[in-house]
Design a binder for this molecule. Sequence first.
Ligand code: GDP
Length: 727
Amino acid sequence: RRKKIVEKCERLMDKPEQIRNIAIAAHIDHGKTTLTDNLLAGAGMISQEGAGHQRAMDTEEDEQERGITIDAANVSMTHEYEDTDYLINLIDTPGHVDFGGDVTRAMRAVDGALVVVDAVEGTMPQTETVLRQALREGVKPTLFINKVDRLINELQEGPEEMQERLQTVIREVNELVRGMDEEKYEEGWKVSVEDGTVAFGSALYNWAVSLPSMQETGINFGDIIELNREGEEGIAELRERSPLSNVVLDMVAEHFPNPLNAQPERVPTVWRGDDETQLAEDMRLVNKDGEVVFMVTDIGMDPHAGEIATGRLFSGTLEKGQELYVSGTAGKNRIQNVGIFMGGEREDVERVPAGNIASVTGLKDAIAGSTVSSVEMTPFESIEHISEPVITKSVEAKNMDDLPKLIETLRQVSKEDPTIQITINEDTGEHLISGQGELHLEVITQRIERNQGIPVTTGEPIVVYREQVQGGTETVEGISPNRHNRFYLTVEPLNDEIVEKVKLGDVSMDMPEQERREALQEAGMNKDTSQNVEHIHGTNILIDDTKGIQHLNETMELVIEGLEEALDDGPLAAEPVQGTLIRLNDARLHEDTIHRGPAQVIPAVRQAVHNALIHGHVKLLEPIQNVRIDVPNEHMGAASGEIQGRRGRVDDMYQEGDLMVVEGIAPVDEMIGFASDIRSATEGRASWNTENAGFKVMADNLQDEKIMEIRERKGMKLELPQAVDYF
Ligand code: GDP
């Protein structure tokens, strides 16, 4: 039977009109996993009994144990709608914001996002986050409102109250869509019952309805309530007349674009190469005879096959034995096997044509986010992660013999999840993992211990800080050790709009110069400055305002090296500098190349930049998080106390359903250990979420102490740097 399904999928792979590439996105616990299992069961991919227990998408052991979905996994299924067969390729997305990078990558590979919202809880912070990521990538949303059975059985709502509740959820989702992208909203990306882009039901009890399905079956709200109240038998009847997988997959087939419709719109959104080339045309037209263009969204490990790269094939046909370029690396990789996913498993197939989600082995240099192609090409825009790493932890193998294996595993981990950064502390030789939050790092270290069987010791989590100038400066000088080379520069803070654009990749050195200038001017940079952008590092921009200086061109590479060193290790506490404009005004360079080598230029530039930052009153910034706690009324005081006691601020408290919601912000540093503290403060009755909310200047009275603390930890001199140190 499985063989038959595979054959059917293979036939459909060549008919792009009948393909839908979709993601299911939801706030944690809103029912994505249960829904996915029931869709798969309905489509005959896993047994009906297994659905809801099997958790087909959660392949990693720790996910099953925690009951949360961490890695984006993939499945394909077929569905018949109006006498036509469809191939539905589904990419799973993680439900926890700590894993935000995976969501963005998954969105890039699909054309439609089924947003799942719990009818009782309504939209939540992560509903907003995933919706924003979908819209940013040009992915069309539809809505499934889940857990409607709870409205009937627990909240005892009648037809009117129920409809009102559903309308509220729909309105909330539409307000988000409108707020994020007014144009798309007007174009029809608003979800509505009348259009059939909203369905609702119960993933747990495996039934759903939409307006088209209600018209077809004649079921109305009164019937739904009555059948639910009848218990087992009534629900079984409802399921038979209106099974979840039919209703939801009909909506998918009818309302999500196929690759032929989607790619002409999406290619310009996700790719910045020349749109007049044959390659661009092949991608827009989903040309299976064109060059291969494959975007990797996920890297998994298979104990036998090695790295498995999964992603979206925009053009060409993937076949065994092809030699393909991998962006960001020098050589080519040879494809060993080509496959698709069925349930939680991979099936090898002969070939996969354009428009599909494919999984291939043999791409040993690819990482999540790589562009893989048969010709050298402009890679897809680097996937910008909404959150930067904010926390670091050291890991060491308990047993020295395990060190090579640990290093290999860490390399693997950072390939699979580029929001993880691995660095080595050069003084101590320790390996440091940086990630999105305490839970993120905990999950990673558990994987190393359990899946790889390497016992490790981990250090205390350490928060990542930033440094930023507060004001502009006069011209500052940097002199080389041989005193023959001098650099003159000023620094100033960049405005928030520019920083945001750089962060999101809307301003980058990869884009055509004219486009970059326009984007910078739109964000408020003056015209002359925008024309002299020489380099971008992190969220900092180097402007070269010099004119006709001999030898500067050939020295620029070293200038940039010095600049990057200075910015990676800021003057206060050797933390990264952010949001700063550095303007090179003048330079004196020695005639002779040997007197202006790396040993002269790099320290001179580094000194000039640090000096200027100190003159510009550089300050320490700390990462902060939005915190939301849902808690029964009697524990509300304890919950808000947990935020306030952490240098935090409570911004809002309100009733939602039978729970109170407490919303606020707190520094990441103070949030370490929050999980266990909130559990004991509320007898385990609180559910909570955090979301990284950027970096904020630390209060003046905390600056010095924190700087010294970091300097001490890093073995630096225990003195605040003075500008004069640099002369
Ligand atoms: P995920 O975190 O979004 O993947 O959510 P899960 O599918 O793991 O569901 C979270 C919890 O909600 C589980 O205990 C499910 O059994 C329960 N659940 C899911 N769908 C429904 C539903 O339609 N009705 C009810 N009452 N519970 C549901």
